[in-house]
Design a protein around this ligand. Structure first.
Ligand SMILES: CC(C)(COP(=O)(O)OP(=O)(O)OC[C@H]1O[C@@H](n2cnc3c(N)ncnc32)[C@H](O)[C@@H]1OP(=O)(O)O)[C@@H](O)C(=O)NCCC(=O)NCCS
Length: 109
């Protein structure tokens, strides 16, 4: 029905996770599946000791999971994105390190 994928990324030299892509089959969208997948992925990451998550996505959607504007934490990407679309989340309450996000190689960015 849907999924939320977390991949290894770095913020500067610090290990972090990138949330995305996330998707739900069209006929099941807006029925809670996406939110359930995202919450499950974030809970598993927290359980595994991960600390920070970056997402590039709908600025109306991700704040409900605790994501906030990345630029306020000094986090950026090496290509043009609308400022409000890049968001970060601390899983353990620690300050998100500032720096440029380096995505996993298959993303090609
Ligand atoms: C974005 C997506 C993963 C959300 O999953 P979902 O199961 O539809 O969402 P949920 O049912 O958990 O949550 C519903 C809420 O999400 C919001 N929402 C859904 N799609 C949205 C979108 N494209 N933009 C903004 N908000 C969206 C709804 O407005 C709703 O908000 P409300 O609770 O305030 O009414 C899903 O709609 C999807 O697969 N979209 C197409 C692919 C995509 O855009 N993926 C994200 C980029 S990687």
């Amino acid at each position: 029905m849907g999924y939320a994928l977390l991949t290894r990324c770095h913020i500067g030299e610090a290990e972090a996770l990138c949330l995305g892509p996330c998707a739900v089959v069209p006929e099941a969208q807006r029925s809670g599946a996406g939110g359930a997948a995202v919450r499950a992925a974030l809970a598993a990451a927290r359980e595994a000791g991960e600390r920070w998550v970056v997402v590039l996505g709908h600025p109306e959607y991700y704040p409900r999971f605790g994501f906030t504007r990345a630029s306020a934490s000094g986090v950026s990407v090496g290509f043009d994105v609308p400022d409000e679309a890049l968001m970060v989340l601390s899983l353990d309450g620690s300050a998100v390190p500032s720096g440029v996000v380096r995505y996993a190689e298959p993303f090609g960015v």
